[in-house]
Design a protein around this ligand. Structure first.
Ligand SMILES: [Zn+2]
Ligand SMILES: [Zn+2]
Length: 258
């Protein structure tokens, strides 16, 4: 199994880490304990060509991994080994963002927001934005009407993104639950913040009274356009979206829940 070491990590090399404002220090979560489970998930994806984890889930073509090797390209997956209050190990799985348009798939970490609320905020406005895009294609570019419409679209998109970010809730092992904006170190949330596997797994573990023991994230499918992500390779949590959240998310993660 290949993996890229995060050479910038001060200590435990390749551990997930981030600076915590509350403790004024960095918190770490090792990679190694998750590696055997990571291998297991890779083998499973390989042999079943599907992300189906729970047998009771009705077979759905949307769960096939075929799309990851085509135009849509690959995706990051995450595996966490965690222990419950009785010390028993459990394995948690996550995919980044949506899977073939699905935010929630049984057996996989849920998104960091309430899905019903998301659809209420998102769907109608997304249709409105798409409507403007179609109109723009019909109007001669650079005319006044075209420019006005384009500005409107930009403003609507920005407002939509802000409103979506506002429904994300980050829960950590101290029991604190805060918004993305409050948890994020730095200014300006990059698109997709909170949708990576690391935050999903950590919030899911905290919500279920589990304590993480190790975590690994790997890429599966056709390499990304820039070539920075390759099939079957383990990568550290991303620096731009995840690291600014990880200090908060990992806070007290190594303490016993009882
Ligand atoms: Zn990330
Ligand atoms: Zn802390």
């Amino acid at each position: 199994m290949n993996y890229i070491n995060d050479t910038h990590a001060a200590q435990p090399i390749s551990a997930t880490h981030g600076y915590c404002k509350a403790c004024k220090t960095s918190h770490y979560l090792p990679l190694d304990p998750a590696l055997p489970y990571c291998r297991e998930l890779m083998d499973r994806l390989d042999s079943s060509a599907s992300i189906l984890l729970q047998q009771e889930t009705p077979p759905d073509h949307n769960l096939s991994t075929k799309s990851l090797f085509g135009e849509a390209r690959g995706k990051m997956f995450g595996v966490m080994v965690a222990r419950n209050p009785d010390g028993i190990h459990q394995v948690l799985h996550a995919f980044s963002g949506q899977y073939n348009g699905l935010w929630q798939v049984p057996g996989w970490a849920p998104p960091l927001f309430n899905l019903e609320l998301f659809h209420r905020i998102h769907d109608a406005r997304e249709r409105e934005i798409k409507g403007i895009t179609s109109k723009l294609a019909e109007i001669p570019p650079q005319t006044k009407q075209w420019q006005t419409l384009r500005t409107t679209r930009k403003q609507l998109s920005r407002k939509l993104m802000q409103d979506i970010f506002s429904i994300y809730r980050l829960r950590n092992f101290r029991g604190a639950s805060i918004s993305l904006e409050k948890a994020f170190i730095g200014s300006g949330l990059p698109t997709g913040t909170g949708d990576c596997c690391g935050p999903k797994l950590l919030v899911w573990a905290a919500t279920r009274q589990l304590r993480p023991v190790g975590m690994a994230e790997f890429y599966w499918g056709r390499k990304n356009k820039s070539g920075t992500r390759k099939h079957g390779v383990i990568y550290p949590s991303c620096a731009e979206k995840c690291q600014p959240l990880l200090g908060f998310l990992l806070c007290r993660s190594n303490h016993d829940p009882r």
